[in-house]
Design a protein around this ligand. Structure first.
Ligand SMILES: Nc1ncnc2c1ncn2[C@@H]1O[C@H](COP(=O)(O)OP(=O)(O)OP(=O)(O)O)[C@@H](O)[C@H]1O
Ligand SMILES: [Mg+2]
Length: 463
């Protein structure tokens, strides 16, 4: 199944809702608690008023406390549309002299001193109720002690009012959040429109149109992204340019020997003399050798370029590679009249590809031998956080002002020696693949050339 990348819009809305939901739950509790607190306070005040009103009706007649409730007052005390109201008056001896006997007791451990009032929660017939209790002192009358007046009510109105208040506060917030989610969705869609325009522009392009993408109308957040795309396109255009110049140069290099072969063959055919034919064949052989050498170097370069994407650098000992190369190369150098020597540290760890490193050394040693050196010195030294491998010779060397341009493909100095002009290009490409730097210097005692390649040591410092 194809994995669909997460949508920015959905992610933003989900995040908004996921953060808001727990906040809402907390807020809901907070608002509900606060609404309850204030609504309780208001309802308690009315309960207290009714308690005092009932207390006003307590009379002492003949040393006995009595309650004379006018009909209207009784109605106020017991009638409510939603809540059940109830009251009770106890004389100093604890006898019910008014109201219903069933009344939640005072909270445990709370005695009411005369003249004091207490509002408390209780249960009546399995239903929560709120009760105001007032202890009315009978001091100064013909009776003694105090009368306990209790007025209670069920909580329907309070609960409903608190629910309505909570809803009234929370609903706009919920609507606001939903509106915010809608605005985010719309905003993201609008915000992504420049990206869609960009996609249309890019898909309408020709394969080789590597011109920068115009930043018109792209939002500031997209600018760094566009800059990176444009910088990449710039690098790509440069690489394509280098590549096409290389192909043109290579074609030109191949055309010369081919034209030579053709001219020699035509000359031999036209002359008909055996000596001329022999001379032409020699020239043809020479041209084919040049061509073969050029094609072989082109193939090496193509292989090095292709290695870039699949290259797996392994930890290896540069000394061992150089030593092995010197051993293999010594007979060939001797054939060309050169002697090879090696001066190396004991061990030098680098990250590299053994085959490519041999190719690199081969090109450097081949140059030294071909341009007339009689002594070729290979060395491996550790310097700072680098391993430097050098090939020094006592040949003609390269003038300082030419030491950069010789790395360009097909760039050769006049030497009377044949070559494709690709050796140092190959050396530089291999060095780049290893994160190494190539340097050309004057050789030992101010004679010849020393080509050095400095490799980074894996992990930085030598061990
Ligand atoms: N050790 C050297 N001593 C003197 N000149 C050198 C040395 N190495 C390179 N050069 C000069 O630098 C030029 C470029 O060298 P490079 O190896 O790139 O190409 P090449 O040797 O001409 O051809 P090939 O592709 O066959 O190696 C050479 O033509 C030569 O003039
Ligand atoms: Mg060369």
């Amino acid at each position: 199944m194809k994995h669909r990348p997460p949508s920015l819009r959905r992610q933003l809305v989900m995040r908004l809702l996921l953060t808001m939901t727990p906040l809402f739950i907390l807020l809901w509790f907070g608002v509900h608690y606060t609404a309850h607190y204030f609504i309780n306070a208001a309802f308690d005040r009315s309960l207290i008023r009714r308690t005092y009103a009932l207390a006003d009706q307590v009379k002492v007649v003949g040393g006995q406390a009595r309650v004379d409730l006018p009909v209207a007052a009784r109605e106020i005390l017991v009638f409510d549309k939603e809540d059940l109201l109830f009251h009770r008056v106890l004389d100093p001896k604890g006898r019910v002299i008014e109201g219903e006997p069933r009344m939640p007791a005072l909270p445990r451990g709370r005695a009411l001193t005369p003249g004091h009032l207490l509002v408390y929660d209780g249960m009546r017939d399995g239903e929560p109720v709120r009760v105001a209790a007032f202890s009315l002192s009978l001091a100064g009358t013909s009776a003694q002690g105090s009368v306990l007046i209790q007025v209670g009510e069920t909580l329907s109105r309070r609960t409903a009012a608190a629910g309505r208040a909570t809803l009234a506060i929370m609903m706009p917030l919920v609507l606001l959040t939903l509106a915010a989610a809608g605005i985010v969705t719309y905003g993201v869609r609008r915000g992504l429109q420049p990206l869609e325009r960009l996609r249309d522009q890019l898909s309408a392009r020709q394969a080789f149109d590597l011109s920068p993408v115009p930043p018109d109308g792209a939002p500031a957040e997209l600018q760094p992204f566009l800059n990176e795309i444009n910088s990449l396109l710039g690098r790509l255009a440069e690489a394509v340019d280098v590549q096409s110049r290389f192909v043109a140069d290579a074609a030109h290099q191949l055309r010369t020997p081919i034209a030579g072969i053709r001219a020699q063959a035509e000359a031999a055919l036209a002359s008909g003399r055996p000596d001329d034919a022999r001379y032409a064949l020699e020239r043809i052989t020479h041209s084919t050798q040049t061509m073969g050498h050029l094609v072989q170097k082109l193939l090496v370069l193509a292989r090095v370029d292709a290695a870039e994407n699949t290259l797996q650098l392994a930890e290896l000992d540069a000394v061992e590679i150089v030593r092995e190369f010197a051993r293999e190369w010594a007979p060939r150098a001797l054939d060309q009249g050169a002697e090879i020597s090696l001066d190396a540290v004991e061990r030098a760890r680098i990250l590299g590809d053994a085959q490519l490193l041999r190719e690199l050394l081969c090109n450097l040693a081949d140059n030294a031998a071909r341009y007339g050196a009689t002594r070729i010195g290979l060395s491996v030294v550790l310097a700072g956080s680098r391993v430097t491998c050098c090939v020094a010779d006592n040949g003609p060397g390269i003038p300082e002002h030419q030491r950069q341009v010789v790395f360009a493909p097909f760039h050769r100095l006049a030497s009377g020696v044949d070559g494709a002009g690709l050796g140092l290009t190959i050396v530089q490409r291999i060095a780049q693949l290893h994160g190494a730097e190539v340097r050309l210097e004057t050789g030992d005692d101010g004679v010849g050339l020393r080509a050095c390649v400095a490799f980074p040591i894996p992990g930085g410092a030598p061990k």
